[in-house]
Design a protein around this ligand. Sequence first.
Ligand code: ZN
Ligand code: ZN
Ligand code: ZN
Length: 371
Amino acid sequence: MSDPNAPDNTSEVREIRINPIVPSESVLVATARSMRPKKAEELAPRDTRKHVETCPFCRGNEHKTPPVILSWPPEGDWQIRMVENLYPVLGDDREQAGFNFGLQQTIDGYGRHEVIIDHHEHGIAVQDMAESHLAALFGVYQARMQQLFASDERLKYVLVFKNFGPAAGASIPHTHSQVIAMPVVPENVDAEVKNSAAYYAKHHHCIFCALIDEALTFEATIYDRNSGAVRRKINVGQYVVERGEKFIAIKPFASRYEWEVHILPLAHQADFLDVRGEDLADLARVVKRTMARLDAVIGGAQYNFFLHSVPHGGTDSKHGVPHGAYAASYHWHLEICPRTSIPTGFELGSGLFVNTINPEQAAERLRAVDL
Ligand SMILES: [Zn+2]
Ligand SMILES: [Zn+2]
Ligand SMILES: [Zn+2]
């Protein structure tokens, strides 16, 4: 496998790209090898075994997990199983009231933290799961989000995410996702929600839909004002990585991670809970094919993915978001962030992400994979 971080020396790029959704977030795209301010991560191999006798998440060891929340299918051998997290980051302790003292402000750390065992096979990767299985998994995500929102109006956001492989921080090698229900809207989501609402107020359409339209249709050549030479050819269609009937996978123009890809519904939809059961199969197909492309190019993708959907929860103006208010301006999506390099002091200290691969070329390489 060639070094996936190897720059293409045909056109070196060094520029700061502004995230169109959250302009305060920017990315330094620096593809010249000499410029590269960070080093490629040497990935520890991930566990690919099918069954591990001692693994609490493998079949036959059900008694070793915390209490089960749901199993799918409900009868017979389970394919997907959801349990409580043994080490929750937020707890069900309603006694922990928030406090304010000077500049120290906290709010109640109340929440839920649960684990979804994605598949009975220990080390199976998403691209190797059956489409019907993946569709069922997304259905489980929806069902649990729905239940959690209904269970307590203080829960404002349910974050569903997956860490896959040691490089992505997965502490348990058995393939799994996590669900964290929290009493606040996470800052990343909040920034997207607020900025897209501001865009909507000005332009009367959804910025995510505008990005999809650009990705599908836009082409332009920019000439130098003085010399008339071609400064840049823009063919935003080049950002499309995979397309289904209802969903699309796009390489963001301002990708924070070299192989970052976002998956969105083609038709406007703010809430992941509104995806109809029959459309989950198309979502599964686009996710599976995108993962297969990433895996082929990176040579064993280890990644984090997370769902960004419109927040729920009441009318609490302090922390909550009135759900209906953002139905027209927000657009749910799945962000896939493969981990191929270690963030450095430059990134942590500046807040500026450094991407060493030109996103246009990354998209091209992903599209070129023969599936
Ligand atoms: Zn296992
Ligand atoms: Zn939209
Ligand atoms: Zn997002």
